[in-house]
Design a protein around this ligand. Structure first.
Ligand SMILES: Cc1cc2nc3c(=O)[nH]c(=O)nc-3n(C[C@H](O)[C@H](O)[C@H](O)COP(=O)(O)OP(=O)(O)OC[C@H]3O[C@@H](n4cnc5c(N)ncnc54)[C@H](O)[C@@H]3O)c2cc1C
Length: 425
């Protein structure tokens, strides 16, 4: 039997963007329904880095202490090791913001925290196992979502004044609205796998040697995350050469991992392929519709911006939606012009971040794809000289600031909050 849900804002997707926006709207007294297709939020392989921008937002909301009580690692001065020598990349302490570190952590506990806090408001509902499959239209505007209850197989119609597509890179909401994701070409893929946390140094975040480029970082728990860049489309070749050959390449880059790799990387089943296919959606708002996070602009993992972008989007979307609803107390879908403020503020900021990521990605691509063409006696000193000079250049400092705080730092508009969060009483 079909079910009907009436709400004011339907948020599709419980990633960082959707969970934060749902919390902000709930705290502002707005009827909010968050739906997630999976049964739990406990999935692996999401963006792990939370830039100082995200910490500022959690602090403004009075949530930072609870976030810091979750397993995490602080990163203040991450390093990259080039042919065995460490070099600083970004110095969060020198940037002079409110928080002089970034956090590395698994996403699920943080998402659970946001959903739990939102659930303390009576105007909030969370439904798991409820994938959106289409949009409902009324007079040319989006008037809700059609979803399927995975427990019962029933169709669920959620009627709302705004649908927020926060459903990630393969967004169903974006596709149903016929919005082009604006995919940008990339020549790299990234292979993710786990390592034991004690096999990974605290400050090293990357290591380059003749074998390739390895990323790794602790997450505050027993496992650390590792990533290996490969030329786009070459995963089948790598698999064809066998897991032993892959382990040997990684050991060339970090011989210290020799002892742990046979267990950590028993087979290619221990690896997950992440396609680096960033995108910039052609538009992020329509009548009754707003897209945010990866649904609006698919994040590249370069520079760890996915979470920060989704969080900043949620902050601006909250202010825009709360204002639009207060100015239009009717009950129909909000017009696109009422939501346009969100896109006109966020698009230029996201474009600047994406341009910076593209520049960094070009350098990475040159290293991964063409590094071996440069004879080793030239490559080694050239890279060492580059990494001892480049991080201190004015361009690198501007880049670090942009990646840490975004080009247009956001502030939560707490004038919409009806009352203090219940947990603080
Ligand atoms: C598999 C994967 C790996 C990633 N790896 C990295 C990485 O290594 N580095 C990096 O910087 N970024 C990575 N990202 C992106 C990064 O996690 C995002 O930029 C960040 O999480 C912010 O995204 P978001 O909130 O917009 O959406 P997401 O975090 O992608 O969350 C979207 C949510 O929507 C849910 N959903 C999807 N479709 C539906 C539907 N039809 N109905 C209801 N719910 C739905 C999903 O289950 C998910 O919970 C990855 C994303 C994915 C999906």
């Amino acid at each position: 039997m079909d079910t009907e849900i009436e709400t004011t804002v339907a948020v599709v997707g419980a990633g960082p963007g959707g969970c934060l926006l749902a919390y902000l709207l709930a705290r502002s007294g707005i009827e909010t329904t968050l739906i997630e297709r999976h049964a739990t939020l406990d999935r692996e392989f999401r963006g792990y880095l939370f830039q100082p921008l995200a910490l500022d937002v959690f602090e403004q909301l009075g949530l930072l202490d609870e976030v810091l009580a979750l397993d995490h690692e602080r990163v203040s001065r991450p390093e990259v090791v080039i042919y065995g020598r460490p070099y600083r990349t970004i110095d969060f302490e020198a940037l002079g913001g409110g928080h002089d570190y970034a956090l590395l952590m698994e996403q699920p506990p943080l998402l659970e925290l946001l959903v739990e806090r939102a659930a303390e408001f009576p105007n909030f509902e969370y439904h798991d196992r409820l994938p959106a499959r289409d949009l409902l239209y009324e007079g040319g505007r989006v008037a809700g979502v059609l979803a399927t209850n995975r427990r019962t197989g029933d169709a669920v119609r959620i009627r709302s004044r705004v649908v927020v597509g926060a459903d990630g890179r393969y967004s169903t909401v974006r596709a149903s609205a016929g919005i082009d994701p604006g995919r940008l070409a990339s020549k790299l893929d990234l292979l993710w796998f786990k390592l034991p946390a004690d096999a990974v140094g605290e400050t090293a975040q990357g290591r380059y040697d003749d074998g390739g480029l390895l990323l790794y970082f602790g997450l505050g728990g027993e496992a650390a995350q590792a990533g290996w860049f490969i030329p786009r489309g070459s995963y089948a070749d790598l698999r064809g050469r066998g897991i032993e050959a892959f382990r040997e390449r990684i050991s060339t880059v970090d011989p210290g991992l020799d002892g742990v790799l046979p267990d950590a990387l028993g087979s290619f089943d221990d690896c997950t392929l992440l396609r680096i296919e960033p995108g910039m959606g052609e538009r992020w708002v329509d009548g009754g519709l707003l897209l945010l996070g990866d649904a609006a602009h698919i994040a590249s993992p370069v520079g760890g911006q996915g979470n920060a972008l989704a969080i900043a989007d949620a902050v601006v979307a909250h202010e825009t939606v709360a204002r639009a609803l207060s100015l239009d107390p009717g009950d129909g879908p909000l017009p696109a012009c009422a939501l346009g403020r969100y896109e006109s503020r966020r698009r230029p900021a996201v474009e600047r971040v994406v341009e910076t990521q593209r520049r960094l990605e070009r350098a990475l691509t040159a290293l991964v794809l063409h590094g071996e063409r440069v004879p080793r006696p030239i490559r080694r000193p050239a890279l060492r000289t580059f990494f001892s000079v480049a991080p201190r250049s004015p361009l690198a400092e501007r880049t670090a600031e942009l990646l840490a705080f975004g080009p247009d730092p956001v502030r939560v508009d707490d004038s919409w909050f009806e009352r203090e969060a219940p947990t603080q009483f």
